[in-house]
Design a protein around this ligand. Sequence first.
Ligand SMILES: Nc1ncnc2c1ncn2[C@@H]1O[C@H](COP(=O)(O)OP(=O)(O)OP(=O)(O)O)[C@@H](O)[C@H]1O
Ligand SMILES: [Mg+2]
Length: 309
Amino acid sequence: MVRLVPIASGKGGVGKSVIAANLGLALARAGRAVVLVDLDLGGSNLHTFLGVKNKNPGIGALAWKRERSLDGLLVETGYERLWLVPGDGLLPGTANIDWFTKKRILKELSSLPADFAILDLGAGSSFNVVDFFLASSEGVLVVRPEITSVLNAYAFLKTAAFRALSRSFPEKSLGRAAVNGFAAVKNEGSGLSFLDFASELAGKFPEGQAALKRLSELRPRAIMNMSRDPGDADLGTRLHDIVVKNLGISIEFAGYLPDLPAVPASVASRRLLFDSDPSSEFSQGIQAAAAKLAAPPVSLALALHDADG
Ligand SMILES: Nc1ncnc2c1ncn2[C@@H]1O[C@H](COP(=O)(O)OP(=O)(O)OP(=O)(O)O)[C@@H](O)[C@H]1O
Ligand SMILES: [Mg+2]
């Protein structure tokens, strides 16, 4: 069965697409069949990193029902065992898709004939992004070693935790209404913490215990990109600590990638750095992250309920 690896970030321009493409190649070179999926709807550009022309239909065609399945949308990248499903570059207007369209896309993704599907997501915490991030219990969050990026990453995970908790209760249930009501009024630092609230729910509603269990299955990974200083790891530790303390979620760092001029140079030349310079410190970091992501425990599907919209 295909393993979905969503790649998200709280803030744009942190290196999600570069990392997605190079991670995909690292896994393909390790013998795995990999599909890179451009799910940055409204901002699709993953083809550029691979040197693939923007002339193929992709997720946009699926969203607009011009294509029924992903099979006809796989594009060769020129790298062995690595395919691309482009985004919506040819059919814009898919940035705000509804839940049922997302569900259809997710169903197609989970039947892709590959070992890994790496999902390059848009920036930020919109439900479109968060719902694709929750397609796996082990989504990857890219952060930069700056306090703003770390806080954005925390905000992203908080939104993801609320969405997972809400979707752990069936649609139209009182439990879900309670989660959505709490999320709407909750201000940081006031009243009940997210964790206390989640535990309280467990006692109040019949599905509460199962919901708490779902939440505890979330195991996001983080990658710190554009690191310039070994001290940047401290920021990673801080992110880890606030996520554990406030959200009760454990987050593991899957890699630290250096800030190198060779990275934008590789983007400009439309050839992946992992291909042109496998010994570069960036490529080595990608290799280590790929090994971590490929290792067991096998990512779990979270078995969440449908969203409201
Ligand atoms: N480790 C790195 N060192 C130097 N430059 C980098 C590194 N990683 C990414 N970049 C540069 O940062 C820019 C943004 O990268 P990328 O497009 O992958 O980010 P993104 O998170 O996908 O952005 P968006 O949110 O807009 O989709 C690119 O020009 C890329 O070359
Ligand atoms: Mg991108």
